[in-house]
Every structure is written in C-alpha cells, then in structure tokens.
Design a protein around this ligand. Structure first.
Ligand code: NAD
Length: 482
C-alpha cells in the first residue's frame, strides 16, 4: 500500500527568521522533504527573510548545509533543484529595509504565507509592515511559533496584535505535537472504530497518563527556559493539546472549527489543580553532568525543569477519572506516550487468577510513533488456563509496509496544511487564552508561596514526590523507556 501524495497549489512562502535555528533544523529540511515527496509545485517559492546581509547564493549555501545535516540520504540532484526555488531578502522587521524588494518579489496570483519564525516581540512589526506595504492580502496566511505569550494577559495582547491585521481564519498558531502522525491517528482510532468510543468514558477508563520525557537538559536555551519553566514551555501547550484530543467529545465533522470547539470545551472543563496534586522538580548534576542551575547560570533559580500533576476534567464523560501529566528534562530516556488504562474486570471467571489484567491503550509519540493495545490471552501450552498480558502492536510500519515507514515530520505536514488552508491542527486564539486562564493561577500560586522545586537526579524518572502522586491513589507511572 503506497500512500498518496496530493500536491498543494502554487505558493510563495516567506520565512521571517529564515536564517535562524528553527528554520535550519525544521522548516527548510521539512520543505525539502515535501519537495522530494512531490508535494511542492516546481513553481512554488520559499523566500528567506532575516537580518543578515545574504545574497540568494549565500542563502542557498545555508539551506544546503542545513538540509544535508538534518535530512537522511539527500538526493543531490533533487537538492539542487529545490535550492533553485529559494530566494533571500535582507529585511528589518522594525525598519524600512527590504520591504520594497519583498513587495516586488511576491506574486499576487498564488497563495501567500508568512511564517513568523522570530521572537513574539516582532509579530506586531511584521504584521503591520506586511499590510502597510500591501504585501499581505485577505487570503494570506500567517504562521506563528510558540511561545504564544507567557500568561493570559500577554497572550491576549498577541491575539489583539494579530487581529489588528489578520482574521482568525488566516492565523496558524503552530503546536508541532498536533502535527505528529500518531496524534492524528489517535483521532482516527477513537472516531473511526466502533470499538473504542463506547468505552471512552468514566464507566470504563480508570485513568490516563501523558508523559513527555526528554533526555536533554536546557542545552543552549537556558536563558529562555529559566524565564519559562516546564509549565509554560510544555504543559500549557503540548500536554494540554494532547489532553484535549483524548478528552474531547466527538466533533460533528472533522473540520477545523468543529474540532477546536470541542477542544476548547475540554480546557474550560478543567478544574483548578490543588497544590498537593502538583510536583515541581529541578535536575541535579550526576556522573559529570551539570545541574540545571549550572546550565542556566543562576545558583538560586527556582524554575522547574520537571512537573507532574493530576488533572480533573469536570464533565459527564470524565467525572472521577484522573489525568496524570508529567514532563521533564534530563530524564532517563526520551520518550513521549499517552496511556489509557481501562478499569478492572468486574469479576474473573478463571480459577487461581489473582493477577490484575488491564487493557491499556498506549500511544507512543517519541522516539518512534505507534500504538499498542495490551490485551489478556491464555498463556500458550499445556497446564491449564493461565492468563498473560500481551501487546497488540499497531506500529504503522509493520502494519502498512515499509513504503509507508517514511512518516512526514510534524513541521512539514503542518506547513503543507497552511498552504492548503486547513486549520484543524492549529490552535485557535480562544483555546490558547483558555489554556493560559487555567495555567496562570497555578503559576501565581507558586510565586505567592515562594515554592521551591524538588531536586531530582539527572537520568532519573523525576523527584520521588512525583511517584507518590500516583502511589497515593494506588496507581503507578508507566516506565519511561526509549
Ligand atoms: P534564532 O535566534 O535562531 O533566529 C532568529 C531569526 O530572526 C534570525 O533569522 C534573525 O535574523 C531574525 N531576526 C531577528 N531580529 C530581526 C529583525 N529585527 N528583523 C528581521 N529578522 C530578524 O531563533 P529560532 O530558534 O529560530 O526561533 C525563532 C522562533 O521560533 C522563536 O519565537 C522561538 O521561540 C520559536 N521556536 C523555536 C524553536 C527551536 O527549536 N529553535 C522551537 C519552537 C519555537
């Protein structure tokens, strides 16, 4: 079975911040992979726009090196043809430089998209100049990166700034977790099968765990991260979005507003989290590894690099079902997973079967994408009816064949959605604000109490208190394994 690639319409994509880290690691390699897959028309153009005084040739060299570094098995002929579609303009987001040239270069008869791969402080300047120079029109799309604010007030201000120049239907707020194949498959499994949806509620689900564990520390992002922390950097956006997809009611259609309406209802149904249901942690150094405080250069930092929390969604479907969320840096493995644990059998008919057999649907996002359903079967062989738990592996590559193993990266998929004008996998402004409205009181509470995160060893599963968060409820976190 070979997947079909449907080419998108002709477009001009301007990447503001086109020389930056994100452009080099994700955007340019992603676009190249879509080009190779045959999804980008030959006439489409990518225009890097940034502060450096590069020529088109210099920019092609930068893009060449970035793609060779970040894409496996690069076909040199294809790369050379792709680079022919690149242009560069030295531009000043806050001044006049480059805007006239950009206006001359942009075509008026194709889709135009503007990727703001720059800090949020420049969003207003870019939006305003795109309009005052007559570069953006009513059908242009604008893509904005995280962080979308650092609290409700700043998120509202950013939304207002963008709304001054663009309609909501033109704004694409990226959360790359939503671009992952498995995350979309979660919706396919839930809403495309008769099996799961009847069980997807408080009558059959015991609890849900969402883990996003990173092996790396703050690396070169210490300054940014120390002002943010795990709650702002991961929970408010990525983990919240995953929770929404798990918990939402079935939308009436798979359309952008229908899906986002349902996600918004989930966020609005989240209860405030009590302080004893949150554990904050900060990694210590071990085995020659530096500590968080060394990494950020502040020996007194109280920013959390780990957080675990128990969340309740107060509606009929989920009453009494806890969602346990955790994310952290410098953990023992890089592993992201959602696990839905179903309730115990009401009664076991098998004599001598003391073990508790539970169905668990686990959805892995990293490092490999796939799904697994733990089911109970008879242990093979003679000796009576002994039960064992085995995984029903739904890993895509195995099920669909090797030609489908080349799953598009989240960024490349999302950029193609922008060109197609499909907002389903992007956050709407009201969702982002609702998520901050839930997050703000938690962070304010820490600040008021002078809360200090608990230390945890590098390469561990986080602080001991995080284990207790589940032990108290008679449950355990799933093992973090790569
Ligand atoms: P970066 O510092 O590597 O690059 C910034 C880019 O912005 C450069 O191309 C620079 O020339 C351009 N720029 C800065 N000031 C400008 C001005 N006045 N006029 C024109 N261009 C200007 O940043 P980055 O890591 O690529 O991140 C870009 C955005 O994406 C940020 O908002 C960041 O928070 C977000 N983001 C980055 C990552 C990542 O992995 N790097 C991940 C998620 C989100």
């Amino acid at each position: 079975m070979v997947s079909r690639v449907i080419p998108v319409e002709d477009f001009d994509l301007v990447v503001f911040g086109g020389t930056g880290d994100l452009a080099q690691r994700k955007i340019l390699p992603g676009l190249f992979r879509r080009y190779v897959a045959g999804q980008m028309p030959e006439s489409a153009r990518i225009i890097g726009a940034a502060r450096s005084d590069y020529s088109d040739g210099d920019y092609c060299d930068l893009a060449h090196d970035a793609i060779v570094e970040h894409v496996a098995d690069v076909d040199r002929d294809k790369l050379s043809a792709f680079l022919d579609q690149l242009h560069y303009i030295a531009i000043d987001a806050k001044g006049d430089k480059g805007w006239g040239e950009l206006k001359d270069l942009i075509r008026s008869d194709v889709i135009t998209a503007f990727y703001f791969s720059v800090g949020p402080s420049l969003f207003g300047d870019l939006a305003e100049r795109l309009h005052s120079h007559g570069i953006a029109d009513r059908d242009s799309r604008v893509v904005v990166e995280k962080p979308f604010g650092r609290d409700l007030e700043s998120a509202r201000a950013l939304n207002r700034t963008l709304a001054d120049h663009f309609d909501e239907r033109q704004i694409y707020r990226i959360d790359h977790y939503l671009g992952k194949e498995t995350v979309q498959n979660l919706m396919a499994v839930r809403f495309g099968n008769v099996l799961f949806e009847p069980l997807w509620n408080q009558h059959y689900v015991d609890h849900i765990q969402i883990t996003v564990a990173e092996e790396i520390g703050v690396e070169g992002r210490g300054e940014y991260y120390d002002r943010s922390g795990a709650m702002r950097d991961m929970v408010q956006n990525h983990l919240m979005q995953l929770l929404c997809l798990i918990a939402m009611e079935p939308p009436s259609v798979f359309g952008s507003d229908a899906v986002r309406d349902e996600k918004l209802k989930v966020i609005r149904a989240l209860q405030p989290v009590a302080s004893h249901e949150i554990v904050r942690g900060q990694y210590d150094g071990a085995d020659g590894m530096t500590s968080y405080r060394e990494d950020v250069g502040d020996p007194r930092s109280h920013t959390e690099s780990f957080i675990a929390l128990k969340v309740h969604c107060s509606n009929w479907r989920w009453a009494g079902v806890p969602f346990y969320l955790r994310t952290g840096k410098r953990m023992k493995a890089r592993s992201s997973e959602i696990a839905v644990t179903f309730k115990d059998l009401a009664h076991s008919i098998f004599p001598g079967d003391e073990a508790r057999h539970r169905n668990i649907l686990s959805i892995q996002l990293q490092p490999d994408e796939g799904m697994n359903l733990q089911v109970t079967i008879k242990e093979p062989g003679p000796g009576g009816m002994r039960l064992i738990d085995v995984p029903l592996d739904m890993t895509f590559a195995d099920a669909l064949g090797p030609e489908n193993n080349d799953i598009p990266d989240a960024y490349e998929r999302l950029i193609m959605d922008v060109i197609r004008g499909n907002q389903t996998l992007f956050m709407r402004g009201d969702e982002v604000e609702a998520a901050w409205a839930w997050t703000d009181p938690i962070i304010d509470g820490w600040e008021e109490r002078g809360d200090v995160p608990k230390p945890y060893d590098s390469c561990s599963a986080g602080p001991e208190d995080a284990m207790m968060l589940m032990h108290r409820d008679g449950r355990r976190w799933r093992d973090i394994k790569a």
